[in-house]
Each structure stands twice: as structure tokens, then as C-alpha cells.
Design a protein around this ligand. Structure first.
Ligand code: NCD
Length: 301
């Protein structure tokens, strides 16, 4: 696979191989410290990031590669001088062996891939996609010993603008007999294109408006923050679906609570110590999944 643009690219066999590689990297990191030696990988972030950029950069270094980075490419790159994304990518591709890019435009990763001679890793494109986050979300589910077929997942919060949800839905649709509950207010409901995508892939989608509508033995609750930076209209008053002790205790001991982070009020810190709260582990797993992805993509392109 040359570029990592969207979750539609992945199938169950490829995902299994990637997760096995991530498992092996976690168990034997010493075997991989030179695997991308002499490679140079750029991280270009046109939108803010903590976990995605730093876990990619840590992954690059743990594989023995080197990193060049623009942390705030929207203001600190030649984009401010009117350079097109295509021209910037053509130039950076000439310096590097791979480009990790986050951008505010939904189509940016695809546009970059069309002109890049080296692999593009989409680290978030507007409200569209965030495939590497979805990979680490699935990897976390795998690490919790859950099987992907017959999985039940509630995606919660901003389903309209949340790119992590949009990508996760496409990965879940790879598997059989998946049930997805969409818990949001009406203004932030899952766009039709994703509902249709689930239907085409034989996954069940059930929109709901309260935690009470979820089965108590649901496998995964995936909460998200409202993407306040992506809308201005005041009539879209966001409603948070807050998971606190009382809410979490309505669910089984086997239910896991995920969140891509950063969180706002939608997960109360009083559940951080609950063994079902997996979001900090999830962020940690992200580095290993990104190591596996960089290794696989750059060496096998
Ligand atoms: C997410 C993102 O950037 O889309 N964060 C992340 O990468 N972990 C989620 C968010 O910002 O709400």
C-alpha cells in the first residue's frame, strides 16, 4: 500500500497483519530499532495536534529514522505565501521517504497523494477522515480481547464533524454482524453517507438519543468531544453525553470506554481509574500501531 488516505483501503487480512506486527513490536522493540535507518520522514501539521504528531514522531525515532517537522504548517510554512499544497508536497517529497500530514481540507490527503513520490500518511483531514486513529482504536479493541465480528459499539457525541468516528465506522464495516449505535443530538447526527456506507456493508446502524437506549452488555462505548472549531452557527447548540460513574455503572464489566482524546466534559475524571476506561492506554497503543504502519508502508511500497 503506497499511501494511507482512508479506511476504505483496508481489509481484514491486512488489519490482522498490521496488528500482529504492532504486537510483535511491543513485545520485541529491540528488533525494530534500525528498521527505518537512514530514512527521513516529515511530519507536517496544518492543524493542532498533541497525540497524533508526537506519537508519529516517537514512532519514527523508535524505528531508527529521522524526522523533520512543521508543527504549525498553516502559519509557519510557505502556505502563508500562497504556495499550493501540491507544490509544497512535491518539494517535501524530494527531501524525504514519507510525509505524515494533518490538514483542515477534507481532500488534502488525497490531493497530496496525487503528486507525492513518497508515501503520504493522512493524520487527519478536516472533518473527513483520520485513518490512523481508527487503526489504533481497533487495535485497542483487539488488545481488550474482543473479536471484531459480532461487535457492538456506541459512537457518542459529535457524529457530524468527528472525523475519528467517520473513520472508525468504515473499519467496523469490514467485519460481520457489527451493530453500531449512534448516540448524538439531532444536529450532530451521523451524515447520511456513513449511514449508507454501513448499510451497503451489512452493518446495523441504530441512532439513539440517550445512554438508556444502549444494551448494558455493549462491547464498546466510544465517546468524542464536540468539534467546536468546525462550526459557527449558534443554532447547533452542542449537547454533551457525559459518561460519569453513574452512567458507566449501568454497563457490564466487559464494556470498554474509549475516546480519541482530547476530552472536554464528556468523560468525567471520576471514571479514569475504572478498569473499563481505556483512553490513556488507547493513546499509548497509538504509537505502536503507527510504528507498524510506518514500517509496513515504507518498506513495502
Ligand atoms: C482527534 C482529532 O484530531 O480528530 N484527536 C486525535 O487525533 N486524537 C479528536 C479530536 O480532536 O476531537
Amino acid at each position: 500500500m503506497k499511501h494511507i488516505i482512508s479506511c476504505e483501503q483496508f481489509d481484514a487480512d491486512w488489519l490482522e497483519r498490521l496488528f500482529n506486527l504492532a504486537d510483535d513490536m511491543m513485545e520485541h522493540p529491540e528488533n525494530y530499532t534500525q528498521s527505518l535507518r537512514h530514512k527521513v520522514i516529515a511530519t507536517m501539521f496544518f492543524e493542532p495536534s498533541t497525540r497524533t504528531r508526537l506519537s508519529f514522531e516517537a514512532a519514527i525515532m523508535r524505528l531508527g529514522a529521522r524526522n523533520i517537522s512543521t508543527e504549525n504548517a498553516r502559519e509557519a510554512s510557505s502556505a502563508t505565501k500562497g504556495e499550493t499544497l501540491e507544490d509544497t508536497i512535491r518539494v517535501v517529497a524530494g527531501y524525504t521517504d514519507g510525509i505524515v500530514m494533518r490538514h483542515f481540507d477534507k481532500d488534502a490527503a488525497l490531493r497530496a497523494a496525487q503528486v507525492s513520490s513518497v508515501p503520504i500518511f493522512n493524520a487527519g483531514s478536516g472533518s473527513g477522515a483520520h485513518p490512523t486513529q481508527a487503526l489504533l482504536d481497533m487495535y485497542t479493541i483487539h488488545k481488550c480481547n474482543k473479536s471484531f465480528n459480532h461487535l457492538s459499539v456506541a459512537v457518542v457525541g459529535d457524529l457530524l464533524f468527528g472525523r475519528t468516528v467517520h473513520s472508525l465506522i468504515k473499519l467496523l464495516a469490514v467485519y460481520d454482524h457489527v451493530i453500531i449505535y449512534g448516540l448524538s443530538s439531532r444536529h450532530f447526527a451521523l451524515p447520511k453517507e456513513y449511514v449508507d456506507y454501513l448499510k451497503i456493508h451489512n452493518a446495523t446502524y441504530i441512532p439513539c438519543e440517550s445512554f438508556d437506549e444502549l444494551p448494558e452488555n455493549i462491547d464498546v462505548i466510544y465517546n468524542t468531544r464536540t468539534q467546536l472549531e468546525r462550526f459557527t452557527e449558534s443554532d447547533l447548540a452542542p449537547k454533551e453525553f457525559i459518561v460519569n460513574k453513574k452512567v458507566l455503572n449501568r454497563f457490564s464489566d466487559e464494556t470498554i470506554l474509549l475516546h480519541p482524546l482530547p476530552r472536554n466534559a464528556e468523560i468525567s475524571p471520576d471514571v479514569d481509574d475504572d478498569p473499563r476506561a481505556m483512553y490513556f492506554k488507547q493513546a499509548h497503543y497509538g504509537m505502536w500501531v503507527r510504528m507498524a504502519l510506518l514500517h509496513d508502508t515504507i518498506l513495502n511500497q
